[in-house]
Design a protein around this ligand. Structure first.
Ligand SMILES: Nc1nc2c(c(=O)[nH]1)N[C@H]1C(S)=C(S)[C@@H](COP(=O)(O)O)O[C@H]1N2
Ligand SMILES: [Mo]
Length: 325
């Protein structure tokens, strides 16, 4: 899958710099030894070991990152960059977490268009870089809790979704916001299968979408998002299970109806629309009482609303949290 390398891409562009220079030094040494055949053989061996799909240049540093409101960021130590970028759920690429980083390298994330419309006064189509320039970028360190029972702490860079929604001016009838991932089976190998009903879709109630914790992330660890984490733009809703945090968004639609959501449609008895983290309500296949923080050995208790109850519990006054898993 995705191992073709077009001839017009130089190996310097698709090989990590360090490996590239080591390889060059090695090649020069070997050539000096005067054995062309051996060198060629070793070159292919080496190239095979380092084989990667063609890729855009990796994550780049992000210019303006303002420290975020201390009330909106955790002091917990962030998970290692390597774990955040090599233990991924991104079913368009692979169902194997450790393969997503590799499989996603060829995703083309520029140019990238985001269509924002529906029940709004000012529908707009943005080039993603223009969109990103409209807002000051903040660092937000959030817990991420996957419904599978693992968690991480991720230093996102992004801007509140509320800023974008205010710009397009939702109409009075607006009640929900729907999100869609890019649909492009040429780029996403598993979109050629019927694993899920593509494109991946998610949704929020409008008040959830306007909450200050709800982020559109464009980076992590001070750099642009790696493809495997949802480049160039993904949602982050830290008090909900990770599947709500939809990646590689191309469409945001304000609506008066509860949006279709991918996992709820795939398995309605397993995944709800709200999907707020709740240690008391078990998933049919996984208890939600505890979680494994990636990089740690023992499990820790899971917190109601993933530890964000003070900020978000009031959104759900009057809602039966057991029923609306
Ligand atoms: N488009 C898309 N978005 C997605 C997913 C996916 O498969 N496709 N997986 C979700 C799940 S289940 C989780 S836990 C998080 C994982 O985000 P991360 O890989 O950045 O940690 O992304 C969510 N967003
Ligand atoms: Mo997940």
């Amino acid at each position: 899958m995705l191992i073709k390398r077009p001839a017009d891409i130089k190996s310097s562009e698709i090989t990590p710099e360090r490996v590239y220079f080591n390889r060059r030094a090695f090649m020069q040494g070997a050539a000096a030894a005067g054995s062309l055949a051996a060198t060629t053989g070793l070159y292919y061996l080496f190239a095979g070991i380092n084989r990667r799909p063609p890729s855009a240049p990796g994550p780049r540093p992000l210019a303006t990152v303002i420290p975020s409101d201390p009330a909106l960021t955790t002091e917990e130590p962030p998970t290692d960059y390597d774990d955040i970028t090599h233990y991924n759920n991104f079913y368009e690429f692979s169902t194997a977490k450790h393969d997503v980083a590799y499989e996603s390298q060829a995703l083309v994330t520029r140019p990238w268009t985001v269509v924002v419309g529906g029940l709004v006064n000012r529908p707009r189509t943005f080039d993603v870089d223009d969109l990103i320039r409209l807002f000051p970028l903040e660092e937000r360190v959030y817990r991420l809790r996957c419904v599978e029972g693992w968690s991480m702490v991720i230093p996102w860079v992004g801007f509140p979704l509320s800023g974008l929604l205010k710009l397009v001016e939702p109409l009075g009838a607006a009640q929900f916001v729907a999100f869609e991932t890019l649909h492009d089976p040429k780029q996403f190998p598993l979109q050629r299968s019927r694993l899920l009903d593509w494109p991946y879709r998610e949704g929020l109630r409008l008040d959830e979408a306007l909450h200050p914790l709800t982020l559109l992330a464009v980076g992590l660890y001070g750099k642009t998002l790696p493809n495997q984490n949802g480049a160039p733009l993904r949602l982050v809703v830290p008090w909900k299970y990770g599947f709500k945090s939809i990646k590689s968004i191309v469409r945001i639609t304000v609506t008066d109806r509860m949006p279709r959501t991918t996992w709820r449609e795939a398995a309605p008895h397993e995944y709800g629309f709200y999907a707020n983290v709740n240690p008391q309500v078990s998933h049919p296949r996984w208890s939600q009482a505890t979680e494994r923080r990636i990089g740690e050995f023992t499990r820790r208790p899971t917190l109601l609303f993933n530890g964000y109850a003070d900020q978000v519990a009031s959104l759900y006054a009057g809602l039966d949290l057991r029923k609306f898993y």
